[in-house]
Design a protein around this ligand. Structure first.
Ligand SMILES: Cc1cc2nc3c(=O)[nH]c(=O)nc-3n(C[C@H](O)[C@H](O)[C@H](O)COP(=O)(O)OP(=O)(O)OC[C@H]3O[C@@H](n4cnc5c(N)ncnc54)[C@H](O)[C@@H]3O)c2cc1C
Length: 387
């Protein structure tokens, strides 16, 4: 066992860090508060080979591993937190499911553009009545000729307002086995979007309605029985959220560390107060522990998908850790940490969202408990429960 990065990994990490410091450091504060997707950064990243890092070269990817993608997102996040969203969109999100299960034709039509930084794909899983219980989704795909008619709605979808295409989880039939996915273009007939609303992290979201929207056969990604495959791919998205939680925590930690070394009260720098030193020691322990869990999940996946259990453990821990460290860093920085003059408050707000998004901490713990006891626990009421 070796806890050090290989020489190649170190070189890659250093080159991403160098790129980020040269191109992303300036403007990081302003970028975090801009509402629109940073398309300029996406194109820059594409030119630098930071999109599709773990995807096949024949698909326009870089032929690397999940660990390479994790190193990239961590380095970018620690220089410009907002730009890490671009790495997420081009490597970890539904783009990875498209690369894995999409047909050649689907990849030609959608993936190439995404990897050039000119488009994004979003994933519509959550519905008004199906959040944590995602398999309760009711958005239906009904046969119409060779294709399907889609009816239903999706909420909270990241990138929904400007994504070219949505990977929509749909029901072809009853039960978990009836769930699959289709690609629906935002501008297709029968697709409508509701009023804009905002998450606490500053991102906008809208409800997307499908009113008899036609999906041609060539836009079906996975038919009946697709759910397990989709969720296996979704574990990659979870790793991206895990890595960003930890990296944002590290970013806030570093800001607070610098602050504690220079800010003086009672005639001494803050770093000399033991009450604050212990906060830093606790933060450091959590950062190191989270790093090991994240790297275990990513390294064991190699070029495939990470294990559900290792991903759940890493995400639950790093989501909590990222949030706690941002909060403690803010405390150390006093009033300044609570302002928009630094990105600590931004990292705090973003980390809070990942405790809910992509599998809430509670749902991940349910999954971990199933591994602990080597059995499943239905979360549904028993048939005799009438409440
Ligand atoms: C920032 C952000 C981005 C998002 N992006 C997307 C996206 O791109 N695409 C998409 O489809 N969705 C997205 N979501 C939605 C997200 O996946 C859901 O919010 C999440 O799955 C929780 O569903 P819910 O909000 O309906 O909460 P609910 O399912 O109603 O849960 C409410 C609370 O109860 C807890 N809970 C529920 N069931 C159990 C149980 N069995 N045991 C213990 N606790 C339980 C939950 O953990 C939570 O704390 C996003 C959400 C956020 C916050």
């Amino acid at each position: 066992m070796d806890f050090r990065l290989s020489e190649e990994q170190q070189m890659f990490r250093d080159s991403v860090r160098g790129f980020a410091e040269t191109h992303l450091a300036a403007g990081a504060l302003a970028r975090a508060h801009r509402e629109e997707h940073p398309w300029d950064i996406a194109k820059l990243m594409a030119g630098q080979g930071l999109m599709g890092i773990a995807m096949e070269e024949e698909d326009g990817g870089q032929g690397g591993s999940l660990m390479d993608a994790v190193l990239a997102i961590e380095e970018v996040a620690q220089v410009c937190p907002r730009s890490a969203d671009v790495i997420q969109a081009g490597n970890f999100g539904p783009v990875r499911v498209l690369a894995e299960y999409g047909s050649r034709d689907q990849k030609n039509r959608y993936l190439s553009k995404i990897l050039r930084g000119e488009a994004v794909i979003c994933v519509g899983m959550t519905e008004p009545g199906a959040g944590s219980a995602v398999t309760d989704l009711i958005t239906s795909a009904t046969p119409d000729g060779d294709g399907y008619r889609i009816n239903g709605s999706k909420v909270f979808t990241t990138h929904a307002q400007y994504a070219d295409v949505m990977l929509v989880y749909v029901r072809f039939g009853p039960g978990v086995g009836g769930i699959g996915s289709v690609l629906v273009e935002r501008t297709a007939e029968g697709v409508k979007q509701g009023k804009r609303s905002k998450f606490m992290n500053g991102e906008e979201w809208v409800t997307t309605y499908f009113e008899n929207a036609y999906v041609p056969p060539e836009n079906v990604v996975l038919k009946h029985g697709g759910f397990k495959k989709q969720i296996a791919g979704f574990n990659v998205e979870r790793i991206g959220n895990t890595a960003r939680s930890l990296a944002f925590g590290r970013y806030a930690f570093e800001q607070a560390r610098q602050w504690a070394l220079t800010r003086k009260q009672f005639g001494r720098v803050l770093a000399e107060f033991q009450g604050l030193q212990w906060k830093f020691a606790d933060m450091k322990i959590k950062l190191d522990a989270g790093q090991l869990l994240l790297y275990r999940a990513a390294l064991n996946a190699d070029r495939g998908f990470p294990s559900a259990e290792e991903t759940a453990i890493a995400k639950a821990f790093c989501n909590q850790t990222g949030f706690e460290i941002c909060s403690e860093a803010m405390q150390v920085m006093g009033g300044m940490g609570y302002t928009e003059e630094t990105l600590v408050e931004y990292c705090f707000r973003k980390c809070r969202g990942w405790m809910i998004a992509g599998g809430s901490i509670e749902i991940l713990k349910n999954r971990i408990a199933e591994s602990v006891f080597e059995r499943t626990f239905s979360q549904r009421p028993s048939k005799t429960d009438k409440s």
